[in-house]
Design a protein around this ligand. Structure first.
Ligand code: SER
Length: 318
């Protein structure tokens, strides 16, 4: 049975991966950590500790105390906020990962940590972006993600730490709203469509990006951690995707449920430049071949679920 420590448990992915891992491996075997106070469900659903992953002693202490054998390292700044606060992004995204890898080396843990479509850049082929290709990102977020991929590879080759990871696309979810990301519009649009019947998009029409619904993102994390190592040619940073669309395509799907919905555009030049440097669509065949990655949700199926769940949730709250 695994003993899993999660960093960044209160973030967009952590708030849903934590309960999923507790369900799979037993609540007492999964300790959630974050620098933020947790919502009641995370605190009551199993062990929780305030831990700052940029503090190497704190990370080492909790790994040892909990006798963790696996670390899911999710604490990170997203792309737009990293562009605004590059020093902090380096500290959280790089120092945090380094500390986790060091703790994993010392206490013999395996590590799952996500990379991102942000690890690609303007000189990367934008359509069907291959698994192994040019990676010269131009954002601080991207710099930390490529360096993180390399550092994970290094800890595996040099020290035998069992590091695994995926390059997530934009993740769409209805539990915790992401903050400071370039793909966040694809979450906000559903909330605004239900509450206001209109949305002003910060990316321009025609901006294709890879996306994934949270249940598939959770499945990808668990499946890659459970994958048979003998079958892995890559270890870290597998391209994984479920759909690729521009803003106007989500709007069309939403209109099927909310016909009066309208969308206009007020482009944020910083996030638009980041989005323009990222792939339009990734080729995730390596993940499909090496560990059987399969997504379940496409845009229509995800939209139906988002609208059903959020309509209920927002009605309760108003
Ligand atoms: N969702 C992330 C962002 O927009 C990309 O991985 O920053």
């Amino acid at each position: 049975m695994k003993r899993i420590l999660i960093t960044g448990a209160c973030g967009q992915i952590g708030s849903e991966l934590t309960p999923a891992l507790r369900e799979c491996y037993g609540a007492d075997n999964v300790i959630a950590t974050d620098i933020a106070d947790p919502p009641a469900c995370l605190k009551e659903g199993g062990p929780f500790k305030i831990v700052d992953c940029t503090d190497i002693n704190a990370i080492g202490w909790i790994v040892k105390k909990f006798q963790a054998d696996t670390i899911c390292h999710l604490a990170a700044l997203l792309s737009a906020v990293a562009e605004d606060k590059p020093n902090l992004a380096w500290k959280v995204n790089m120092t945090g990962l380094y500390n986790v890898l060091e703790a994993a080396r010392e206490y013999e843990c395996s590590v799952f940590t996500p990379s991102s479509i942000g690890a690609f850049g303007p000189t990367t082929p934008h359509n069907k972006t291959p698994q192994d290709t040019i990676q010269r990102p131009t954002s601080m977020y991207g710099v930390t993600k490529v360096a993180g991929e390399l550092l994970c590879d290094y800890y595996y080759k040099r020290f035998g730490v069992d590091t695994r990871g995926v390059r997530y696309p934009g993740i769409i979810s209805n539990e915790t709203v992401p903050s400071g990301g370039t793909t966040d519009y694809a979450v906000h649009i559903y909330y605004e469509a239900i509450k206001e019947r209109k949305y002003t998009c910060f990316l321009k029409k025609g901006t294709f990006l890879d996306m994934m619904y949270m249940p598939d993102a959770i499945k990808a994390a668990i499946d890659v951690m459970e994958a048979n190592p003998a079958k892995l040619i890559h270890r870290n940073a597998f391209n994984v995707t479920a759909m690729s669309f521009p803003p106007e395509m989500i709007a069309v799907e939403i209109k099927k449920y909310i016909p009066e919905f309208t969308m206009d555009y007020d482009v944020d030049p910083i996030r638009q430049a980041i989005a323009d440097s990222w792939p339009n669509s990734m080729d995730d065949s390596a993940a499909r071949e090496e560990w059987g990655w399969e997504h379940e949700y496409d845009l229509p199926k995800m939209t139906k679920d988002m609208i059903d769940v959020l309509t209920e949730k927002l009605r309760v709250k108003t």
